[in-house]
Design a protein around this ligand. Structure first.
Ligand code: NAD
Length: 555
């Protein structure tokens, strides 16, 4: 693609922008596009099908230049990956406001998006690609682990030891699956159509080995399972071909899921094709025919999952909208298996618990090690954290700037943020820390086939909550905020907000972090308490959340 030269963010505690938030936004945009981090940096594609960090290379350079001159009482507006204005605001306002891929609901579909994308008027921001807080595959590792652990707790006495998980998709996020299953004690077989992706996961230690065929993968998996070992095995192939083959062979995995980019049938899910076939040509010249092929393949894929469920596999959808695409293709019972949020994650959301991530702008892994140790001291009673952080420190290879993820809830994230700010102030850390989260969080997203599937009060599609979250972050001093459409599950299916803050050791950062890292997870508790979840109501009452419409809650 024209204009590409490799990108790498600066390291250290000298900035060229007028303030640390601007400097952090610039470095995080660059880090998203670092070739160690992004899946296809030359096309500005970070992860999740075609999730981009900027609209095109010219737009990227303009954003970088503007951040380098953006003053501490100004705010940059970014519309679908393009800098459109600098406004005078005030010192505690966000330095950047981002809106990506938003369409008026009646037009909120891939056809309209593609038309605008081709005309150069939009880009697909996914979740953390267009909001500049992607940290590589680690970004979903703990969530993926929590999900598989949730399955282990519900069905396998708390551990995946002695079980085999079958999944597909070893992309930016899906690549976390093999390591997460391993951490939960299990064996996995991971189908991936693209050999390069398999090799990338091996190079970054997310995947252990590659089998020569599906049969070989099953033999290796069964041997590891029988010895009680944890192991991850990649196998090259198309899920739409290999899943039906699993059915024919008569092998019944214990768990089945999928993280191919099925949310984007035109660009994300690869149809079955001959090795020398020019798929790109058909996609360009006959998109309707191409989509028919994709949907027919997704139908075979999901029919196989349903058949294996009937034979005893535990099946769940992993947030890529595979079931909805299958239903469009005529698989009427596609939703007979649940999404991962109602199955395993909702309880955490009721506590405002979700993915909290941070990045060391020093570029020094020792800063992440220091924050890991400090968090363990801050939350000694959190058993999951005490298992997770030491394990992550030992096993997770950094991509780009050193970063960490862990799940924290309401009244935990603000404490962590203030602690990091103190560590920057007193020199325990060598440079500021960027703190953010996925849009996949407790109170930031409306996505009826994913985060808000099967809400207790039926409010799955209400997106007021995501908008309130966006507004709350702005009112509470976030460094930059974003509002997106279509992340995770594709156009028409989701709306969501992202928040990033910066700990630069200043008193101003204390004020921003205290408020935004308290109020942001509060939205998760509020959203779930309002929907009637008893756990969320209890958390709201116990942790002093003022919810006037909840009777009996301290106001
Ligand atoms: P990605 O585009 O980086 O990777 C998708 C991978 O699937 C690619 O490596 C591709 O080669 C492979 N693939 C495509 N079609 C295939 C087929 N038919 N058979 C086998 N392999 C195939 O995307 P990603 O960032 O890994 O995200 C994957 C999906 O998961 C997306 O739909 C994304 O929105 C969703 N997602 C879910 C969560 C979550 O809920 N936990 C989090 C992030 C992303």
């Amino acid at each position: 693609m024209s204009g590409y030269t490799p990108v790498r963010a600066a390291r250290g505690n000298t900035r060229t922008a007028p303030g640390w938030i601007q400097e952090a936004a610039k470095r995080m945009l660059m880090n998203n596009l670092d070739s160690e981090v992004a899946e296809r940096p030359e096309e500005l594609i970070v992860y999740g099908g075609r999730g981009k960090a900027a609209r095109n290379w010219e737009a990227y350079h303009t954003i970088v230049r503007t951040l380098d001159r953006l003053k501490n009482h100004e705010t940059l507006l970014v519309q679908s990956g393009k800098a459109v204005a600098v406004l005078e605001t005030h010192a505690l306002a966000p330095r950047v406001l981002i809106a990506n891929s938003n369409l008026v609901p009646h037009w909120a579909n891939w056809e309209e998006f593609d038309r605008l994308d081709r005309a150069g008027l939009m880009m697909y921001g996914q979740m953390t690609a267009g909001s500049w807080i992607y940290i590589g595959t680690q970004g979903v590792l703990q969530e993926t682990y929590e999900t598989f652990l949730g399955a282990a707790r519900k069905y396998f006495n708390g551990s995946l030891k002695g079980t085999i998980t079958l999944t597909a998709g070893l992309g930016g996020m899906g690549g976390a699956q093999p390591l997460a299953v391993k951490l939960a004690g299990g064996v996995s077989i991971c189908i991936e159509v693209d050999r390069n992706r398999i090799e990338r996961r091996i190079a970054t230690r997310y995947l252990d080995e590659v089998a020569s065929s599906l049969e070989d993968a099953i033999v290796r998996a069964c041997a590891a399972r029988d010895q009680g070992c944890s192991l991850s095995i990649g196998v090259q192939g198309n899920a739409a071909e290999l899943l039906p083959q699993v059915v024919r062979i008569g092998f019944v995995p214990d768990i089945i899921t999928d993280q191919t980019s099925a949310h984007d049938p035109l660009y994300g899910y690869r149809p079955v094709a001959k090795e020398d076939e020019d798929l790109e040509m058909q996609r360009r010249t006959q998109p309707e025919r191409y989509l028919e092929r994709v949907r027919a393949n997704i139908a075979q894929h999901v029919q196989s999952i349903l058949e294996l469920q009937r034979r005893g596999s535990i099946c769940f959808d992993y947030g890529n909208n595979l079931r909805a695409q299958a239903k469009i293709a005529g698989v009427l019972d596609a939703f007979d298996y649940p999404g991962f949020v109602p199955a395993f994650i909702r309880d955490s959301f009721c506590e405002g618990r979700g993915p909290f991530r941070w990045v060391a702008l020093s570029g020094d892994p020792a800063d992440i090690a220091a924050t890991d140790a400090a968090l363990l001291e801050l939350f000694p009673e959190d058993a999951r954290l005490n298992q997770w952080l030491p394990w992550a420190g030992e096993h997770v290879a950094f991509q780009g700037l050193p970063a960490r993820i862990c799940w924290l809830g309401y009244r935990e994230r603000d404490r962590a943020g203030l602690l990091f700010n103190q560590m920057v102030r007193d020199g325990r850390l060598k440079a500021p820390i960027v703190i953010g989260r996925d849009h996949l969080d407790a109170g930031s997203v409306a996505s009826p086939y994913r985060e808000t599937e099967a809400m207790l009060d039926g409010s799955d599609a209400v997106s007021d909550w995501a908008l309130l979250n966006f507004a709350t972050g702005i009112a509470s001093g976030a460094g930059w905020m974003s509002f997106h459409h279509g992340g995770g599950v594709g156009m028409g299916y989701s709306q969501h907000a992202g928040l990033v803050a910066v700990a630069d050791g200043s008193d101003e950062a204390d004020e921003r972090l205290r408020l935004c890292l308290k109020n942001d997870p509060a939205m998760g508790v509020i959203r779930h308490a309002d929907a009637g979840y008893v756990k969320a109501k209890t958390v709201a009452a116990e942790r002093g959340l003022d919810m006037p419409s909840l009777s009996g809650n301290p106001a």
